[in-house]
Design a protein around this ligand. Sequence first.
Ligand code: THU
Length: 157
Amino acid sequence: MKDIEIITPIKAMTYAELDATERRLVEAAQAALKGSYAPYSHFKVGAAILLANGEIATGANQENAAYPSGTCAERSACYWAGANYPGVAFEMIAIAAIGTDGFPTAQPTAPCGACRQALLEYEKLAGHHVPVLLAGAEEVYRLSSVQALLPLAFIEF
Ligand code: THU
């Protein structure tokens, strides 16, 4: 028997510590929050994905009266990117959220399990690590890859 330990390194960065690309992507995720439709949870999420062609794909959560029919911000962004720029690699992902109090969440908001799995597929397609930026009110968590967000993931290919 042996123990296996999985460690997730995270860089907690102030906004001043972001480079220009990171800052632009976080701002795009924050701007995407305007597109959130969250009349049920009142929790808004925005996502932005930098693509290898320089485009930024954005998405926001879209809720529905039939609750399970709603979609998270991350999946609305990654499926939009996949549908509109098929085969174009993801380079970086940023996520921002506004809590039920109407203010940016103090703690960075991380994607749900289903979104992690969806994003992981695009990281595999990209063939390289895709850094993830989780924006909080005061600091941004930077993970080096989607894989870091989903250790021991199901991967079929
Ligand atoms: N939500 C996201 O958009 N992304 C996540 O990864 C977690 C949750 C949305 C779904 C729902 O509209 C609201 O946040 C509250 O769960």
